[in-house]
Design a protein. Structure first.
Length: 498
């Protein structure tokens, strides 16, 4: 196995692929570099003298500048590098001519559920979606009683997606909550949904129903707790009706072109942009070449790498939407007096990531090289006429972003991680590790290992393995968050609370 990697020919750093020792000599393109200190796996080493204020180059792009003279062989991290990021920028449309790999259609299929409206689900689950946090306990009690009274078979799961919002919110903040919850109610992974309200909340059931759009009345039912004498009994009755309607649903062969996959990272480390994110990027390109759809989000983790996406905008209108996506999120930070570069996290830094630009340049690789065909607002659903790579407005927060991905209509999330995480959102959340160590240590968290990419394994072979695994998951195989019953949602809060 290699000891280090130089990612781009223009880089003035290399990344350690294993722990290295002070005094160790490494050979870089025929030149010897003596390490001035111990270097942990995933961290950066200067391969030339870098003068104060000179840019540090990784992935072929600046990831910040030196705040003091850095000597060849020195460790590069927070003590000697600072971000170049500042505030809102002006951009010019300069469309890239580099095409992505348009692979020949393999005519692959998965086993999914074709709903009455033509949409495809990869799970057949019974959901309770509360309109307000006040009824979270009621939702749990309804499910508990239902399971006591009914022998449940032939469906994948019964889940209440609890949250703390739906009341005491105003304006766009309230609408964001409603949009996310409506996205879940309309999600084809659910074969039946009980929308559970209290009765006095801002997020009123009648308004919710009026703005929901078309829905199947056999599969979506509503209950207002204050309108009935015993909400538990009424809720159980409704679940029984929904269950009877969905329990005989059958999986059928569905073209891979119908699959919609969200792309997310969390607990990233210095190998994220070397192993797993590039792998997920070529998977995204593959799925798009088969007619499928992917979503890239985490807007704050585009800062410093946003021009890569802007250059891939399908046309000027999509470019302008991408500019607004980035600058609007910067203004959101600035409206609270926060710097746009207040990232990466302590775990990211421990894993070798120093600046937000470095994190972003690794993060955007999950989007591959395909053209950007659409840009979605927070809470907005995918446009069936815009298959391909979509961008979605959401923060980097793992659960908030993953929930937004699911509410947009994605069937699953590919979640890349170097540090590891147990969480899962309301759709299958496939955890893919950057390194073999975390895969071996947390097999009950991690579903797929991309760490073998630094162990002389061929990327195309691993890609085929990942494609086959995604198809198995889409066809019903549970991932760890489902086995562990770690199923949660979180909603972005940005506004006055009454």
């Amino acid at each position: 196995m290699k000891e280090f990697i130089k990612i781009n020919k223009h880089d003035n750093v290399v990344v350690a692929l294993t722990d290295l020792r002070k005094g160790q000599i490494i050979q870089i393109q025929g030149e010897e570099v003596e390490l001035k200190e111990d270097i942990k796996k995933g961290h950066k080493i200067a391969i030339k003298d870098i003068v104060k204020n000179e840019d540090i180059i990784k992935y072929g792009f600046p990831i910040g500048h030196a705040i003091k003279h850095i000597y060849k062989g020195e460790f590069i991290h927070s003590h000697n590098i600072k971000t170049n990021l500042s505030s809102v920028l002006n951009y010019e449309f300069n469309q890239s001519s580099i095409p992505f790999n348009q692979e020949k259609n393999r005519n692959l299929t998965f086993k999914g559920y074709r709903r009455e409206n033509g949409e495809i689900g990869i799970r057949n689950e019974l959901w309770i979606v509360p309109t307000v946090g006040c009824v979270n306990g009621v939702a749990d009690s309804i499910i508990e009683r239902f399971k006591m009274e009914e022998k449940v078979e032939n469906i994948d799961s019964i889940v209440a997606f609890k949250h703390s919002y739906g009341c005491s919110q105003l304006g766009d903040d309230h609408i964001n909550t409603r949009n996310i919850l409506q996205g879940l109610v309309n999600h084809p992974n659910s074969g039946g949904v009980l929308v559970l309200g209290l009765g006095c909340e801002n997020n009123q059931i009648e308004t919710f129903k009026d703005t929901l759009g078309e829905f199947n009345e056999k599969r979506v039912k509503f209950l207002v707790c204050q309108d009935v004498e015993n909400e538990i009994e009424e809720g159980v009755k409704i679940l029984k009706v929904l269950y009877e309607n969905m329990k005989n649903d059958k999986r059928k062969d569905i073209p891979l072109s119908e699959l919609k996959v969200g792309l997310k990272c969390g607990g990233s480390d210095g190998l994220s942009g070397i192993t797993v994110n590039p792998l997920v990027g070529i998977f995204s390109d593959f799925l798009i070449s088969q007619g499928g759809t992917t979503i890239l989000t985490e807007v704050p983790e585009m800062f410093g790498a946003e021009t890569i996406l802007m250059e891939r905008a399908e046309d000027l209108a999509i470019f302008n939407k991408t500019v607004d996506l980035v600058n609007d999120f910067k203004k959101y930070f600035m409206s609270y007096g926060e710097p746009v570069c207040e990232n990466p996290s302590p775990g990211n830094k421990a894993g070798g990531i120093t600046t937000l630009e470095e994190k972003s340049l690794g993060c955007v690789q999950k989007g591959g090289k395909a053209r950007v065909v659409n840009v979605l607002k927070y809470g907005e659903r995918l446009d069936k006429n815009k298959k391909g790579l979509n961008l979605l407005s959401a923060p980097g927060n793992d659960l908030v972003a993953s929930t937004a991905i699911a509410a947009s209509g994605c069937h699953m999330v590919l979640f890349t991680t170097g540090r590891g995480t147990p969480f899962g959102t309301c759709v299958p959340t496939i955890k893919i590790s950057t390194n073999t160590e975390i895969f071996n240590r947390k097999p009950h968290w991690i579903d797929f290992n991309a760490g073998i990419l630094i162990e002389d394994k061929l990327q195309n072979d691993i890609l085929d393995t990942l494609i086959n695994y995604v198809i198995k998951v889409a066809s019903g195989e549970f991932v760890n968050n489902e086995r562990n019953n770690f199923r949660e949602i979180a909603i972005l809060k940005n506004g006055v609370t009454l």
